[in-house]
Design a protein around this ligand. Sequence first.
Ligand SMILES: C[S@@+](CC[C@H](N)C(=O)[O-])C[C@H]1O[C@@H](n2cnc3c(N)ncnc32)[C@H](O)[C@@H]1O
Length: 263
Amino acid sequence: MKSYLEINKNSWNNRTAVHLESEFYDVKSFLEGKSSLNSIELNLLGNVEGKSILHLQCHFGQDTISLSRLGAKSVGVDLSDKAIEAGRELALKDNSDARFICSDIYDLPNHLDEKFDIVFTSYGTIGWLPDLDKWAKVVSRFLKPQGKFLIVEFHPVVWMFDDDFQLIECKYFKSDAIKTTEETYTENAEQKDDFVTWNHSLSEVINSLISSGLQINSLDEYDYSPYNCFNQTEEFESGKFRIKHLENKIPMVYSVLATKGNI
Ligand SMILES: C[S@@+](CC[C@H](N)C(=O)[O-])C[C@H]1O[C@@H](n2cnc3c(N)ncnc32)[C@H](O)[C@@H]1O
């Protein structure tokens, strides 16, 4: 039987090829200078000029390269070798010094031996990881004392619903692995792939970070997603998407900013 890592790696490799051609990721505008970062993370990151940033689960690196355009020394990490290959090619085309490492997050300490001012991860990341205590230890391992960690992530409430947001299908709290076969979220989706995911409640995220030696500076929830990546959406303000029939009744995204202690 294939492991969750083999299944997800293969499917993210398939998705990468589709994403590179999509309007959703709009590589052409990106290479013409458009940043892929959204105001939520830009406001929370603050000025990154001269900062070293480890970007976990970077996909094909648009955010990693956007951070290096802002003057950061960024390193992107992802499980998908196809995504990392594409990230390196984009960085070359962009004259960027962003670096890329292909690794499972849990295995990263075997591939990288540096400490960073900031560790950053966003939108569609921790759901691919079964154990958040293990994840938070990796985050902490790569932060300098007083370094900042920022996660901006889809809210676990969103993952409770069926694809059309009509029914509650999954538990809010973490349960066994969720096995799905689905098309990707870009407009040019072609085929269905198998995935293995986990739902992580907010308390699980926060407590894993606290246990790994981080202090929580802020936890915020947003009633919109900056990405139009769900069914049944409306753009109620420019760049802000929510589920039309649910209006502002559910949280769509959350962010946690944390600081590593001196140890
Ligand atoms: C939704 S994308 C990342 C989000 C990013 N904001 C974006 O849209 O470009 C999720 C990424 O997580 C990566 N990933 C999944 N499981 C992983 C693991 N165990 N270790 C490292 N990366 C993983 C996938 O390869 C994929 O590139």
